[in-house]
Design a protein around this ligand. Sequence first.
Ligand code: ADP
Length: 212
Amino acid sequence: MRTIELNKRQEQIVQIVKEQGPITGEQIAEQLNLTRATLRPDLAILTMAGFLDARPRVGYFYTGKSSNQLLSDHINKLLVKDHQSIPVVVNENVSVYDAITAMFLEDVGTLFVVNDKSILTGVLSRKDLLRASIGKQDLNQLPVHIIMTRMPNITWCEKEDTLRDVAYRLIERQIDALPVVKKTENGFEVIGRITKTNITKAFVTLSRDDDR
Ligand code: ADP
């Protein structure tokens, strides 16, 4: 994926293909007074980046896509399944005290709550646990299902969803994480976790891809 400026020769190639495509690599090379071999890396870059399309025995076409379009094409191909983390789940009957311990031990900001059949029933955030902690209740006696955000009010996603969709839901609902679920006849099984951190990491990967 390429969004950085094209070099002068690459600009020239794009211009030639725009005006004369379909055109062979040989013909482009001739016009630029270069050998086909010299041109090969540039043609490969322009094709990989999506500016040009190559068809065997026909030649190069201009795709007509701007850098911005190519970048959004690329972003829209980022899928949950390639960026998700392992979910941390607790049973709905564990105490708030144990949930706090799990959050520290597992070093996550969101816990997913499941019933005895491992089906998603709720979500616990840091603030949910803080809120419960400043009350008068005994945290060892208070089960998490009393304080959690519960189904059907959970925002979730599936592994084939795009990161863009997930980012949209995180912003819209003002939350930090979504469970990645698999639908079963009993309800949702939790198979992953996707957070703002995963999306930030994907963002960094995108900018690294540019340097290739
Ligand atoms: P924090 O409360 O630590 O800032 P969040 O912003 O993620 O963390 O959570 C805000 C509220 O939204 C909490 O009450 C939490 O239970 C709830 N929440 C968090 N994630 C989800 C989710 N995926 N679906 C529904 N509610 C959620």
